[in-house]
Design a protein around this ligand. Structure first.
Ligand code: ANZ
Ligand code: ZN
Length: 820
């Protein structure tokens, strides 16, 4: 019989679903393993072969864990609110709800043909009211704790998507969704106080088993700096201007001061600034630049002096000039700096351009006369009066104290701009009442349903389309029962994905977000797999929400995702990103039809190291397919073989001394493979796991083998292959080997450590010192047996021809050299 993947795969998928073998078994006595994929947003284009790579990995991993006796939670769902779904709907002129329904259906079909072990009874959809009811509930809790607040600061505005965006939604200065350069726009918005969690988000990274690169990205995004705030008095004035510095040890070298153009002191000192026209025109120009442009204007530093006013360096008591310059950002630190041109790159360039004094106060070695400026490292103080000779470390504290400054910590992380002026999102559950101000909707009235509308395209006025639905907007205030208006902004696409993994634990619970006992059992997620592009977006937001939910007792572990693995992309055959735009998309459905889901799964895991990107290769997939054909063919030898009957397997391979020896040898390799494949799956080294399975099959095929012994080795092999090729192995397991239970409910084979000890070695065969052959030989083989083995090899016979060896040199456990 031929290996007919179409027949086999459909059949088992149906059978598994009918028997519910992948339904989560929540046995609290067993160890648990929560395996999670970053859930997809169901785009209209469907899946290409790159998308399932991570899903194949979690499928293999969770099957492996199941076979190792764990209770497994391996769910799937849809992240369906937000801009991508809405932009798709607008482009194709269908209501987002309809588009999302249709796309989910298509995605689910595509996933189902790959034979995944998802427990679909736990499927969630972020746009389902029974789900977003709880997203709204979380918002209410944030609001009640003062962590959600209204603000009017200028925020990022995408003129194409026509909505406000968070810093995390940008790629540099562009909208991450559509690539348009964002503008700053002052508007009312809802913010979440993520900065309150900055320190914990940073500290707890230590607890996580994540790739170092992702932890580092989060550290940089949070951007903690320790330094000091120091007051610089203003000459002839009653007040001073505060600066934030990480280098108080350089204070004696502060030869001027720089304020952000937006700094409120400029307005306050206006009457004393003699060149106010020039100053104001500079401010106007600076405001039109994006933050990124301002930070990047590295080479050409611009600025204007505030003529007529001067500050006093609190250490030297000398008067110094004050500038405004756009390289100082208003929202970082306190929006003002002391400039130390001798020890800061930016200040150095600026001072050179404006001819300002450069005073060296730090040297690496106080004896070194010609150090190159700017020197930005720590060192020994000079030109700093009584602090001369002190090291930077000590001087930081001493000088801060000396001038009455205070230790301060700054973060780059900004509060999260949480409102969108778009239709397709969770309504924010608040009302605006003339009497009571902002009033939260009572929990019992959740969910606040997203109303059906005819027009859902953005208004462009800065208002959400919901603002146009008078019937929906006008409501009663829950506090005073008077007339009130609903909040019309919606939540960003990140809302639903910031807590979805919690809901899978208890998806149908109507009373609470997640039952406490269940939460305690399943949390944290043990293995989370997804793209690295989420490093400073989803993965920061979800950690923030999780910590908040933990604080209010709604989640049951301080961190959501204990271990994280990132997936390397699969590129098109041309090496470019796989996309309709480049016409290089490979469709998984076609591949499954052609070579089968098992071969596709195997290929994607075999292509290269899991976390690296690789290009698709049409030929490449045939290798794994041929491997499966060989497994199939080999299995046929067992047709009808019962456990009692002795039988003999040989594909005409080398007969190594005796059949018993052969079998022992193969048995040992099998146990080695058990160890290796287990380790590899645990570490997500799927490619090497597969290659050891391929090697093992080669061994099976190339030795004459016999007896009971071998039958159990082949069983083990199949179990090792089962997570990778679930359909083929199940077919052989049940229909060829006549087992009753599904192979996927079997226990993972254990290896016998004794068998791992080497009993053979690779005997190198040389003729006149040149390597000609390699033979697997028993470790204690005698010279006589080794010679016999060597001279019986075809290769060796051909080389020797009629020549008689002059001498044979044998090095035990190494080589045999035939000298002619
Ligand atoms: C004096 C000084 C001397 C500085 C020196 C550095 C080196 P991080 O590490 O990124 O926190 N700074 C402070 N506020 C700023 C703002 N709003 N815009 C631009 N730059 C600002 O950097 C902290 C340093 O960046 C601070 O320490 C300050 O310059 C500058 F040899 O103060 B420093
Ligand atoms: Zn946009």
């Amino acid at each position: 019989m031929k290996y007919n993947h179409r027949r086999i795969e459909k059949k088992w998928q149906k059978e598994w679903a009918r028997r519910g073998i992948y339904k989560t078994k929540e046995n609290h006595k067993k160890p648990k393993c929560y395996v999670l994929d970053m859930f997809p947003y169901p785009s209209g284009e469907g899946l290409h072969v790159g998308h399932p790579k991570g899903y194949i990995a979690t499928d293999i991993y969770s099957r492996f864990k199941t076979m190792n006796g764990f209770s497994i939670l391996h769910p799937m769902g849809w992240d369906a609110f937000g801009l991508p779904a809405e932009n798709f709907a607008i482009k194709h002129k269908v209501h987002p709800r309809i588009a999302v329904e249709k796309n989910i259906k298509r995605f689910k079909e595509q996933l189902s043909i790959l034979g995944f072990n998802y427990d679909w009874s736990r499927e969630i959809n972020t746009t389902d009211p029974s789900y977003y009811q709880w997203t709204q509930w979380i918002f209410l809790q944030l609001f009640k704790k003062g962590l959600a607040y209204e603000a009017y600061e200028p925020i990022n505005w995408c003129p194409s998507c026509q909505t406000g965006l968070a810093n995390e939604d940008l790629d540099g200065n562009q909208c991450e969704r559509c690539g348009t350069v964002v503008e700053k726009r002052q508007m009312r918005q809802w913010m979440l106080r993520i900065t309150k969690y900055a320190d914990r988000l940073l500290k707890d990274l230590k607890k996580l088993d994540w790739p170092e690169s992702i932890k580092e990205a989060q550290r940089n995004w949070i951007g903690r700096s320790e330094g000091a705030e120091i007051d610089f008095p203003i000459r002839h004035a009653q007040f001073s201007i505060k600066v934030f510095t990480t280098r108080p040890d350089t204070l004696f070298g502060a030869t001027y001061m720089v304020l952000a153009p937006e700094h409120k002191m400029v307005e306050k000192l206006k009457s004393q600034i003699s060149n106010i026209k020039e100053v104001e025109s500079y401010i106007k120009k600076a405001k039109s630049k994006t933050e990124l442009e301002r930070q990047q204007s590295e080479k050409d530093k611009t600025g204007v002096e505030l003529k007529g006013i001067r500050a006093i360096n609190p250490a030297t008591k000398e008067e110094i000039p004050i500038f405004i310059a756009d390289y100082v950002l208003v929202h970082y630190g306190v929006g003002a700096i002391m400039a130390v041109p001798a020890h800061d790159e930016r200040d150095f360039t600026f001072a050179k351009k404006f001819g300002l004094p450069i005073l060296e106060v730090i040297r690496l070695d106080s004896a070194d006369e010609n150090s190159l400026l700017p020197y930005t490292g720590d060192g020994i103080l000079i030109n700093s009066e009584k602090f001369d000779g002190m090291c930077s470390e000590d001087a930081k504290r001493a000088i801060t104290e000396f001038v009455g400054g205070k230790i301060a910590v700054q973060y780059k992380l900004r509060d999260w701009v949480f409102s969108r002026q778009r239709y397709w999102g969770e309504p924010i559950p608040l009302v605006h009442c003339a009497q009571c101000g902002i009033a939260p909707i009572p929990e019992k009235d959740l969910p606040i349903l997203l109303p059906e509308v005819k027009r859902y395209t953005p208004t462009g006025t800065g208002e959400s389309p919901l603002a146009g639905i008078a019937k929906w907007v006008h409501t009663k205030c829950p506090k005073c029962k008077g007339v009130a208006e609903r909040e019309t902004n919606t939540m960003p696409q990140w809302a639903g994905s910031s807590w979805y993994y919690l809901r899978y634990i208890d998806p149908k619970n109507k009373k609470t977000l997640v039952d406490k006992k269940k939460g305690q059992y399943w949390l944290p997620v043990d293995m989370y797999v997804g793209g690295a592009e989420h490093a400073t977006r989803h993965l920061i937001y979800a950690r923030f929400w999780h910590k908040f939910l933990f604080d209010i007792g709604a989640a049951h572990y301080p961190e959501p995702f204990k271990k994280l693995q990132h997936v390397g992309l699969i590129a098109g055959e041309d090496g470019q990103k796989m996309s309709k735009r480049y016409g290089n998309v490979v469709n998984p459905d076609d591949m499954v039809k052609k070579v089968g889901a098992d071969a596709l799964r195997l290929y994607e895991m075999f292509m290269g190291p899991f976390d690296q990107s690789v290009a698709w290769n049409v030929e490449g997939i045939l290798g794994p397919r041929r491997f499966l054909d060989r497994v199939w063919k080999f299995a046929q030898k067992f047709e009808g073989a019962t456990s009692k009957k002795k039988y003999y397997v040989s594909i005409g391979g080398t007969k190594l001394i005796t059949t018993e020896e052969n079998t022992k040898l193969v048995r040992r390799i099998t146990h080695k493979t058990i160890k290796k494949v287990g380790q590899d799956i645990n570490e997500f080294h799927f490619n090497t796991a597969i290659s050891s399975l391929m090697v093992l099959l080669n061994e099976f095929e190339s030795y004459a083998l016999s007896g009971e012994l071998f039958r159990s080795e082949f069983f083990m092999f199949l179990k090792l292959l089962a997570p990778f090729a679930p359909h083929l192995t199940e077919e052989i397991w049940k229909n060829v080997l006549k087992n009753k239970k599904s192979i996927h409910l079997e226990l993972w084979p254990t290896f016998n450590p004794k068998l791992l000890e080497e009993t053979t070695f690779e005997l190198i065969v040389q003729v006149n010192g040149k390597m000609r052959d390699k033979i697997n030989a028993p470790i204690d083989i005698s010279q006589k047996d080794a010679e016999e083995l060597t001279f019986s090899r075809e290769k060796v016979k051909n080389i020797l021809g009629t020549n008689q060896p002059r001498k044979v040199i044998f090095v035990p456990r190494r080589l045999i050299n035939i000298v002619l």
